[in-house]
Ligand binder design. Structure first.
Ligand SMILES: Nc1ncnc2c1ncn2[C@@H]1O[C@H](COP(=O)(O)OP(=O)(O)OP(=O)(O)O)[C@@H](O)[C@H]1O
Ligand SMILES: [Mg+2]
Length: 454
C-alpha cells in the first residue's frame, strides 16, 4: 500500500485530511511539527508528503529541501494559505510537485495525489533506465584481452576525464560507437546527452541544419525555428559518425566551431556557443583522404587530438572465445533462449573466419545460430559460412543483377528464409521479425512455396 506523510500542525485540518486519505486506501502517518515530520520521513520513507508550509518550529521550505535532499523522487505537495504565495513560489522552485490552497478542495487533492504518484513512478523508471544505459557502457562491456585492445582501454581511460576531441578509426563493426559511448559514460559529463549524427546518411543541407539548427524561414521547409545538435548536446558528447563523408562546405563550418566554439543557426545572425565534446569516427583512412585533397588537413588535426584505432577482428583472433561467450549471453538474454554450448571444433571454426564485418558480423552470425539451434548447442551448419552449396547459390541470387522493384527483393528473401528454416514459419517469423499473420499474408500474396513443418 502506498504511504503518505502529512505534516500539518492544525489538528482541525489534519483530522479530516487523514480520514479522507485513509478512506482512499492510503497508509497515512501524521506529524504536527517539522521536526517530527522529518523523523517520520526517515523512518518510513513515504512515497508522498503533504506539507503545510507554515509550521510552528521549522520553516516548511526547509523541511521540503531536506526531504528532497534525502530522496529526490519523493513528491511533496504543499498546503498553503493565500498569504503564503511568496513562499509557495519558492517551494515550487525547490522541487515541490504542486501546491494546494487551504481550505482544501478534496477533489483537487485526489487528482493531485494521483498525478504525483504517476509522476513518481515515471521518474523512477527513467532514472532506472539511465542507470541501465550507463551500466551498458561500462568498460567491462568492451571485450578484449589482446595487446591491441589493452591499448584501446588505456586510451579510453586517459581521455574519459578530459574534454579533448577524439578520432576513432577502424573498419566497419569494430566497435567505434561502443568506444565512443564508453568514453562518454565514463566521463564526468555522463548525465549530459550523448548525441549521434551519421554524417553520411543525410544530405548536406539537412546535415548542416541538424548540426547547427535553423531559424524560421531559412529555407522552404523551415516552418519553425529548431535547435541544432551542437546546442542540444550541452556539455555532453557529439558523436560524428562517418566524418569522412562530409562536404568541403561543412568541413570548413565544422572547423570554425571547433576553433572558436561558436556557430550560427542556418539563416540566423546570433552567435551561439557550444560546450560539447566532439568524438568523430570513420572507417575510411582520413589521412589518405587528406592526401587526396578530399578532407581538410587543418580539420583532420583538430579532430585527431587523440586518436584511437580499433583493430580488425582477424588481427586479434585470441579475443574471439571471450567475445563469443559475451555475445551469446547477450543474445540469449534478448531472445529468451538458452543456447550457450560451443563445441571446440565450432570455436576453432569461428576463430578462423575472415570476419570482414568484424564484431558486428560475429554477433549476427551467432544470433542466427541461436535462433536456428534446436537444442542448447551452437552448430556449424547454422553458421552462415558453410551452407550447403545449394543455399549458397540461392544467397547469391538474392540481390538480382538487373534492377527490380523492392517487392521482388522481399519476395526472394522471404522464400530464401523459408528454405533455410526448412519451412518452419515460426522460425522464419523470428528471423524476419514479422508476425505470423504478416508472414502468412506475404506467402499468399507472393505465392511462395513452403514445405510446411509447423
Ligand atoms: N569489443 C567488443 N566487445 C563487445 N561487443 C562489441 C565489441 N566491439 C563491437 N561490439 C559490438 O558489435 C556491434 C558493432 O559495434 P559498433 O556499432 O560500435 O561498430 P562500428 O565500428 O561503429 O561499426 P560501423 O562502422 O559499421 O558503424 C555492436 O553491437 C557492439 O556492441
Ligand atoms: Mg558505427
Amino acid at each position: 500500500m502506498a504511504m503518505i506523510l502529512v505534516i500539518e500542525d492544525d489538528s482541525l485540518v489534519s483530522r479530516t485530511l487523514v480520514s479522507h486519505l485513509k478512506k482512499r486506501g492510503l497508509e497515512v502517518k501524521l506529524a504536527e511539527t517539522g521536526e517530527e515530520g522529518l523523523e517520520l520521513f526517515q523512518e518510513f520513507q513515504p512515497e508522498l508528503v503533504l506539507l503545510d508550509i507554515k509550521l510552528p518550529d521549522i520553516n516548511g521550505l526547509e523541511v521540503l529541501k531536506q526531504i528532497k535532499y534525502e530522496n529526490k523522487h519523493t513528491s511533496v505537495i504543499i498546503m498553503t494559505a493565500f498569504d503564503d504565495m511568496k513562499t509557495t513560489v519558492e517551494a515550487i522552485k525547490a522541487g515541490a510537485f504542486e501546491y494546494l490552497v487551504k481550505p482544501l478542495d478534496y477533489l483537487e487533492l485526489d487528482l493531485t495525489i494521483d498525478k504525483a504518484f504517476q509522476m513518481r513512478a515515471l521518474e523512477e523508471k527513467v532514472s532506472y533506465l539511465i542507470e541501465e544505459k550507463q551500466k551498458e557502457y561500462q568498460i567491462d562491456n568492451i571485450i578484449g584481452r589482446s595487446p591491441q585492445m589493452r591499448e584501446v582501454f588505456k586510451m579510453i581511460g586517459s581521455v574519459a576525464n578530459t574534454r579533448t576531441n577524439v578520432l576513432i578509426q577502424g573498419e566497419s563493426g569494430t566497435g567505434k560507437e561502443l568506444v565512443a559511448k564508453a568514453i562518454h559514460y565514463n566521463s564526468p559529463f555522463k548525465d549530459e546527452p550523448f548525441i549521434v549524427i551519421n554524417c553520411s546518411a543525410i544530405s548536406d543541407t539537412l546535415l548542416e541544419s541538424e548540426l547547427f539548427g535553423h531559424v524560421k524561414g531559412a529555407f522552404t521547409d523551415a516552418v519553425t525555428e529548431t535547435r541544432g545538435k551542437f546546442e542540444i548536446a550541452g556539455k555532453g558528447t557529439l558523436f560524428l559518425d562517418e566524418i569522412g563523408d562530409i562536404s568541403p562546405n561543412l568541413q570548413s563550418k565544422l572547423l570554425r566551431v571547433i576553433e572558436t566554439r561558436d556557430f550560427m543557426k542556418v539563416g540566423g545572425e546570433k552567435i551561439l556557443k557550444t560546450e560539447a565534446r566532439i568524438i568523430a569516427a570513420t572507417n575510411q583512412n582520413l589521412k589518405e583522404l587528406v592526401a587526396q585533397g578530399k578532407f581538410r588537413e587543418d580539420l583532420y588535426y583538430r579532430l585527431k587530438v587523440v586518436e584511437i584505432t580499433l583493430p580488425p577482428l582477424r588481427e586479434r583472433r585470441e579475443d574471439i572465445p571471450d567475445l563469443v561467450a559475451y555475445l551469446l549471453e547477450k543474445i540469449n538474454r534478448e531472445l529468451k533462449k538458452n543456447v550457450r554450448k560451443v563445441p571446440p571444433e565450432v570455436m576453432e571454426y569461428l576463430m578462423n573466419q575472415p570476419w570482414k564485418g568484424n564484431v558486428r558480423e560475429l554477433e549476427n552470425a551467432l544470433t542466427r545460430a541461436v535462433i536456428l539451434a534446436k537444442g542448447d548447442v551452437i552448430l556449424k551448419e547454422h553458421l552462415p559460412f558453410e551452407p550447403a552449396a545449394q543455399v549458397q547459390a540461392q544467397e547469391k541470387s538474392l540481390i538480382p543483377k538487373e534492377l527490380v522493384p523492392l517487392w521482388e527483393v522481399e519476395k526472394r528473401y522471404i522464400q530464401y528464409v523459408l528454405e533455410v528454416t526448412k519451412g518452419s514459419k515460426t522460425r522464419a517469423c523470428q528471423i524476419l521479425e514479422i508476425s505470423r499473420p504478416t508472414l502468412d499474408k506475404k506467402i499468399k500474396d507472393y505465392n511462395l512455396k513452403v514445405e510446411t513443418s509447423d
